[in-house]
Design a protein. Structure first.
Length: 313
């Protein structure tokens, strides 16, 4: 039974086989002739066979060496391909956008338009912030958008976070809703109206945001009922004279066809939903640096004046 075969010894064996001389192969590998000879000798001891016959003109493969050579080359090619696949920039940048129909997906689409040369691997798990934080920490993701801002001292070692978007909320109503004709609304104007937000799971960042927003302005935010998705929600709102909901200006990226909806800005103050980007500071992927620079530049160029944020943000 063989023990552990040294990969560098296998690489040295293949080089000597190709060059026919240990001295030439050693120079090619950047090691001394003595080091190359020791590697070959150690490999022969490990395998229990002679791989080369030494002659005055160099090193000639034995029958065992000839049998071993194609397998050695195959191993080296596989190792080289494996290393190349994870070199910075060689694999797609893996980013969790939380969902395909939320504003963060739109942000990544805009980034891709500006940087088509960077391959992306899009994940839309829609998990909690804790799940995404663990995935970034453990290397399962290069970056992740999440809907909160955690102080640096509370993040796991090596993980960083920065705010990249403050998404203003719009009140979305159907044409028969009593607020449908308004050009703008304040949060106080919404008191007494049913705002339906199915799918706000207790314990999530989304639920915490809307609970604090409702408490701050005396709003009725109803999270009851099954969540059948955005299309179903908007259809219910469009057909109702008493139900409204909140969405961002780019969420969803397109309304379902055939619905008449009103999207009304909320101001004085404008409630904004904070989105941050998570990444590891030791991640060398060049696409990550480009993504961070793009998002920060876009965020700093589009501040939302007179905004409201929850205390945890």
């Amino acid at each position: 039974m063989y023990g552990e075969v040294d990969l560098e010894a296998v690489r040295t064996f293949a080089a000597v086989a190709a060059e026919g001389q240990i001295q030439v192969a050693a120079a090619e590998l950047g090691i001394t002739q003595q080091a190359a000879s020791k590697r070959i000798a150690a490999l022969e001891r490990e395998l229990g066979v002679r791989l080369f016959t030494r002659t005055p003109r160099g090193a000639r493969l034995t029958l065992d060496g000839q049998a071993f050579l194609p397998h050695a080359k195959s191993v080296l090619r596989a190792v080289d391909r494996a290393a190349a696949s994870v070199r910075p920039g060689r694999r797609p940048l893996r980013v969790d956008v939380m969902g395909t129909r939320v504003v963060t997906a739109g942000l990544l689409q805009a980034f891709h338009r500006d940087h088509p040369e960077i391959d992306l691997d899009i994940v839309a798990q829609g998990g909690s912030g804790r799940v995404m934080l663990a995935a970034v920490r453990d290397g399962g993701l290069d970056a992740a958008f999440w809907a909160r801002r955690m102080p640096e001292e509370q993040l796991p070692p090596g993980v960083r976070s920065t705010r990249v978007l403050d998404e203003p909320l719009l009140l979305v109503t159907g044409p028969a809703h009593p607020l449908a004709a308004a050009e703008r609304l304040t949060p106080a104007d919404l008191a007494g109206h049913r705002i339906w937000m199915p799918g706000l799971t207790e314990g999530t960042e989304w639920a915490a945001y809307y609970a604090e927003f409702a408490a701050a302005f005396g709003l009725d935010i109803d999270a009851s009922g099954p969540n059948f998705g955005t299309d179903h929600l908007l259809q219910a709102v469009a057909e109702s004279a008493s139900v409204a909901t909140f969405m961002g200006p780019r969420t969803p990226l397109a309304y379902p066809a055939g619905l008449t909806l009103r999207a009304i800005p909320v101001h004085r103050p404008t409630p904004v939903y904070p989105h941050s980007l998570l990444w590891r500071d030791d991640n060398p992927h060049p696409g990550l640096e480009a993504l961070r620079a793009y998002l920060v530049r876009d965020y700093e160029a589009a501040p939302v004046p007179d905004h409201w944020l929850p205390g945890w943000a």
